[in-house]
Ligand binder design. Structure first.
Ligand code: S3P
Length: 169
């Protein structure tokens, strides 16, 4: 069964997931990268050409596929929007880890990372993103079995904490 990482953009799902998989000696899958590989273009181009809905359809399809495997799965921040995805994560994951951070820390990280073009971060105002962050918090909590603070610590420290929490769970 998969170990799933969820959280808002910039919360460290990718960097923590990669290290966690190494610690657990499990394969690591990044859902956004899978989507990009399958559609043959970066996510921001898919958003521009076919719209967010087209992205969400692919995201749901690949989520279902990857949840059938024994992998550490880093998801995109919006994977919890669809109720069906949330239900599937709850039913089919071994652990679901929610990486929390304050909105300000996340925004700083998003803005610093110029290589990763996030369509929702570029197309929305600061205020709209804050609203999205508040709305999604509830959804992340709904699917999570473990909640980990990822505000200040390095990805390796966060991954270690996740390991300890999984042992206790
Ligand atoms: C999204 C987050 C992105 C990516 C897409 C949509 C979202 O992933 O899936 O741009 O809706 O929050 P990250 O959370 O890895 O940035």
């Amino acid at each position: 069964m998969a170990i799933v990482l969820v959280g808002f953009m910039g919360s460290g799902k990718t960097s923590v997931g990669r290290i966690l998989a190494r610690f657990l000696d499990m394969p690591w899958v990044d859902l956004d990268k899978k989507i990009e590989k399958e559609i043959g273009m970066p996510i921001h181009k898919l958003f521009k050409k076919f719209g967010e809905d087209a992205f969400r359809v692919k995201e749901s399809q690949l989520l279902l596929k990857e949840l059938k495997k024994d992998v550490v799965l880093s998801t995109g921040g919006g994977v919890v929007i669809r109720e069906n995805n949330r239900r599937t994560i709850i039913k089919k994951s071994e652990y679901c880890i929610y990486l929390t951070s304050s909105f300000h820390v996340l925004m700083r990280r998003i803005r610093k990372n110029k290589k990763n073009i996030r369509p929702l971060a570029t197309n929305n105002s600061y205020k709209d993103l804050e609203k999205l962050f508040e709305e999604r918090k509830v959804l992340y909590k709904e699917v999570a079995t473990i909640v980990v603070q990822a505000n200040k610590s390095s990805p390796a420290i966060v991954a270690k904490e996740i390991m300890q929490r999984m042992e206790k769970a």
